[in-house]
Design a protein around this ligand. Structure first.
Ligand code: MRU
Length: 351
């Protein structure tokens, strides 16, 4: 399994996604500040992976604290949570994971737990989130794999794979599952400017699994669709609003429009922790604006003239009307998403 993030006795070990595919190296975060740094610099990225990383960050905050009691630790705990929550604004999984740790702390504090018990329970909760994430990806894969054609081209954008989760992936989990079912899938991976998650990461991890993969530049999708080479699109999500609008890597909206124009099904695969029913529509999703240097430079080389204006939103919002189905670990949702999401939210969670 691809070791996206691994707990060790010293802290969390991350595969360095800024260096893939040419170099497989690792970064060890031994305290919560280092976890926050690896999230900001995108050593680790992808909505589910940064959520679980933040949970381990909170656990490291407790493990490294000298506080003797929960009361002493409370102000430090707030600081740790605020630092981790301030890393990236769009993926709701980050806030979901931190809120889960906050609820746990609240319960332990009211029960009079000792610091040793808090440390142990925090780490156990982060491990539980890690394992739940892999199980959710497997379940999404099983539901979504059935939706893909027996044979054909599947386009994906960014990296919603093992590298964006604790293992197996969301959109790439759906593809992996279809391939495991014996379907003859050729993956087209958008290169995904400017950070090149598709060209570097999706291509790398699918090649590791021996899955037929072709990288295309972001501006080639329309032409391939018109030529009949794409039979389905499957992408991940960073946040799904209550009406089914969703934020994902910049450029996803372009792909959705193209898919609709060409009558190609467009699937979104995401765990329940990506669904944000407190956000009514996609217009209210905060979109991260990243450093212009990611656009002006590549591999240390300048591409644009000095002083030119640069725009670098990391995500865009695709309206629900472009989505054929949302694949979650609890099942497949169809339009109208406001109703189907609400119904699934109130259904008992499958064991
Ligand atoms: O900026 P990134 O690389 O963190 O963006 C990642 C994406 O947009 C993914 O598609 C999304 O997080 C889903 S990952 C399972």
């Amino acid at each position: 399994m691809i070791p996206t993030l691994t707990w060790t006795p010293e802290g969390v070990r991350f595969i360095d996604q800024t260096r893939l595919p040419l170099e497989e190296s690792y970064v060890l975060a031994t305290n919560y500040e280092q976890v926050a740094d690896v999230i900001v610099t995108m050593v680790v990225r992808g909505a589910p992976a940064i959520g679980v990383s933040a949970a381990y960050g909170v656990a490291l905050g407790a493990l490294r604290s000298n506080a003797k009691t929960a009361e002493d630790f409370a102000p430090e705990f707030e600081k740790v949570c605020a630092r981790l929550a301030g890393t990236r604004p769009t993926a709701v999984n980050l806030f979901w994971a931190i809120d889960r740790m906050k609820h746990l702390f609240g319960r332990l504090r009211s029960a009079g737990a000792s610091m040793d018990q808090i440390r142990e329970r925090f780490l156990a909760e982060a491990h539980a989130m890690y394992n739940e994430d892999i199980a959710a990806c497997r379940s999404m894969g099983a539901f979504g794999g059935d939706l893909l054609p027996a044979e054909g081209g599947v386009l994906t954008h960014c990296n919603a794979g093992a590298l964006a989760t604790c293992g197996y992936g969301t959109a790439l989990g759906v593809i992996r599952s279809a391939v495991e079912q014996g379907k003859k899938i050729r993956v087209y991976a958008d290169e995904t400017r400017p950070f090149l998650q598709g060209a570097r990461l999706t291509a790398w991890e699918l090649m590791e699994d021996g899955i037929d993969t072709t990288v295309i530049c972001d501006n080639m999708a329309a032409s391939l669709m018109r030529a009949g080479r794409i039979q389905a699109v499957v992408v991940g999500a960073d946040r799904i609003a209550a009406n089914g609008d969703f934020a994902n890597k910049i450029g996803t909206y372009n792909v959705a429009i193209l898919a609709k124009e060409h009558g190609i099904p467009f699937y979104v695969a995401a765990p329940w922790s990506t669904i944000d029913t407190a956000t009514a529509t996609g217009d209210a999703i905060p979109i991260e604006e990243r450093n212009p240097v990611e656009v002006t430079h590549h591999g240390g080389r300048q591409l644009t003239p000095n002083g030119v204006g640069i725009c670098n939103p990391a995500f865009d919002v695709t309206p629900a009307s472009y989505v054929t189905a949302i694949i979650t670990e609890r099942g497949v949702l169809r339009a109208p998403f406001a109703e189907s999401l609400q119904k699934m939210a109130s259904d008992p969670v499958p064991a």
